[in-house]
Design a protein around this ligand. Sequence first.
Ligand code: CA
Length: 329
Amino acid sequence: MRDSPITATTDFDRDGVQHGFLKLPHSTDASAWGSIMIPITVARNGVGPTVLITGGNHGDEYEGPIALFDLAARIKADELTGRVIIVPAMNYPAFRTGSRTSPVDSGNLNRTFPGHPGGSITEKIADYFQRRLLPLADWVIDLHSGGKSLDFIPFCAAHVLDDKAQQARCVDAMTAFNAPYSVMMREPDAMGMYDSAAEEMGKTFITTELGGGGTARPATVALAKRGISNVLRHAGVMPGAPEHSQTIRLEMPDHRCFVLSETTGLLEVCLELGDVVSKGQTVARIYDTERTGLSPTAYHSPIDGIFTGRHVPGLISVGDMVAVIAVEI
Ligand code: CA
């Protein structure tokens, strides 16, 4: 396979803190010999584990980028044992436009793995992570939130894996992150995800959903910062023990966790995030907006659980995720 067109202006093997770019040539009308410059920080001190931390895999999710631009500005090499690689905004074109997918090629980076070095801009970014950055890492943290269309209770997640020893390492990292909720997660659409790429390489991988709605809140930003520093301590890259407070363990056992809309209209969500919900309880109603006098379509929880995620915009379409229900372990 051909080399990646992306080059890093940082040296991954040098001690110290380097702030640079992943330089991706992109010839446009505005800039004939131009490049997309994806910010990266590499902080290294001697031999030790490598932790790769990313945000902005989807460009409209903000806890990760805020926590990581902050960490990059503060990190000191002499406090480390090993290496931290920080990319606050993976899908940088999407991040710059505040959109989930790329304005350049409509690429959803988290459905593009393993990518292709000769493909679209988003495929080139995926390929660089797949073949250059992931192989450098022992621990991989990818920070997500709900973006403009979803909102979640703040949780850190690990996936159910065939390799139970690897799954146990991921669960330990999730526990160290110590979000208010810790979720054994099922993906509604796992094909092409960065998560799977990291897990298939045997990495210790965790992800988060720390809120959403296309913004970030003080409490969820604080959770992101604290969680990152907890995992760096857990990995032995930073000194000290992780801070610990209570976390509620949840799982997503099967497809009944996801309530999809089969109507288009005006959304009335009936529960607050974090509420206890019983099987059969109405979680949302959707009103026909063409005329008055029609009863709304009610959506019911298929299981007992915790109201974990919801559609954000006031209007909803057929096929949109109405609600996510997770189950306490
Ligand atoms: Ca996301």
